[in-house]
Structures are given as C-alpha cells and as structure tokens.
Design a protein around this ligand. Sequence first.
Ligand SMILES: [Zn+2]
Length: 332
Amino acid sequence: MAKITLPTLLLLLLTAGCSNNSGHTPVTGSPAGQKPANEEQKRVMTSTSPAKFSGEHAFTLLTAQTAFGPRNPNSAGHRGCLSYLVSTLRGLADEVRTQEFTHTGYGGEQLRLTNIVASFRPKDPARILLCAHWDTRPRAEQDETRGRRNDPIPGANDGASGVAVLVEVAGLLKNVPPSIGVDIVLFDGEDYGKEGDHASYLLGSRYFAEHKGGDYIPRFGILLDMVGDKFLELPKERYSLRYAPDVVAMVWKTAASLGVQQFHDETGEEIMDDHLPLNEAGIQTIDIIDFNYPDPTNRYWHTHQDTPEHCSAESLEAVGSVIASVVYAQVP
Ligand SMILES: [Zn+2]
C-alpha cells in the first residue's frame, strides 16, 4: 500500500463516480464509559472468547510465508506460497476457491495473479469479509542501499502479517464454527505498482470487487495490513472513518473491551490500500494498519529490513484476538 495525496483521493472518488460522503463525521471521541482494562479484566474478558487466538502460532504462519523468500508476482516464492496457502486453507475452511487473472507487468510480461477465497458457511446469506494481501513488493525503493532498491522485499510485515492472522482465525473457525458466513480473502498484486502509478496497485482487490456479483453483500469488511510490527500502534485510518465509521467504532470498542491497547483512539493517515475498491463497490470495509514501522520515519517499510525479527507474536495476537471477538459476536 501507499500513502496517498489529496489529488489522488479526489481522482479515486471521481473515477468511482461517488460524491463526497460528507454526512459522515469521523469518530474521534472516546467510547462512552470505556476505561482501560486492568490485568484482571483483560484475563477474564479474553477467557470468555469461544476460541483462543494464539499469537505464537500465528507467528509460525508468518515465518512459514517468509521462508518461501519474496512472494512478488511470477517469482518462485510467489508460486510456492500460493500452493502452501491454498492447501493450508483447504484443511480449515468449508470451501476454498481461487480467482486467477493476469496483469501486464512493467517489462511487458504477463503476471499470473491469484486471489484466494476461503469461506465458512458458504451458503449463509449473512456474511462478513476478512481480507489481507499475500503478495509482496517486487522492489525496495525505500531501502538505504541504492544498489538493492530493485530487489524484492521479504515482506514479513507488509504481506505476511495480515495473512498470518487470518489463517490463524481460519483455524479457530474450524474448531469453533461461526454463527454467520465468513469469507477470508487473500488478495494478490496489492503491492506491484511503482510509486505514483496507482493503477498498478490493488490489483487483486480491484479484480475481486469487479467480479463479486451483485448478490454478494457482506455486512462489512475488515482489511489487515502491516499488523505485525513489534511496536504496534493502530490509529483509525482516515478512509475507513470516511467510508465505514460504524465498523471502525465497533472494532475499536471491541479492542477497548478486551484491554488491547495497540488500538489507539486517534485518527491516522490516509492509506491507499485494498479497502478502497471494496468500499467503492459498496462493501463497507476498514483498514487496520500501522503505517509507522516502527516509527514515523518508516525505516522498514518497502525495505529489505521488513523481516520477521521486526515483527512479534504479541502484535499478531493483539489484532487476532480482536478479530476473533468481532467474528464470534456476529449473530444471524
Ligand atoms: Zn507495501
């Protein structure tokens, strides 16, 4: 994903043909009556979840992906990780399908891209959508070493972290089935574009949004991206507040009730990410993202330092426990 500028925002809104949704006021106030949970409350509330999210296990799902090497389109790591994710999810979800499509790369080559859709209760009309991108960036334009800027990145945080959380959630849903339908969608081609070439980003989510069918109307969507940072801090991303303020409020309230303090009650930046095509297609979707990795200087983002040692099981657990609570709180 990329940070976005105001002219780009206007362009996106214009191309989507929608008006400025100025009736929505960003939710920035504290949830009424919420106090930070103490250790005892935290333990009690977490233990009431029907299935316990394991950050340690999720971390092994992160390193299982980085072990394939970079997962940029058409690479060996991309092919290997695709078959690993599909076979893993086939062992967990009720139904797994893939969406295969192509995109012409910068060298004129055809990129072979695949979205993975893992569904629980696939026939249930009441559904929610959880998503992340599984591809990694083919270049490291932010790296300090000029000579390595054209090499693909490891993508431990920017790629593997969101997927790790969602595959672990799939494991919980296999053991304790949800009472509504859940679609876990792993997008390809999110991070292919060169800086400024916005049309070559978000390839998988655009394809998914264009081919979803008019009868696919999940209640809401939650996108996870860069959720593994060891120093995780999650403000409310600005487009999420614009498009899906109620979903932001619900998720941050859940985090507060669990005592998960990585979710901050403050407004973050505008991030161009896979939630934008979904929102433009009518699925209210938020982006849970920590763009400051590890701090506002963005030292590891789109560099070769985006490695597992800069991520943590604790951060994955913080996000995963909130997602699990949100899923199990849904009633038909
Ligand atoms: Zn990225």
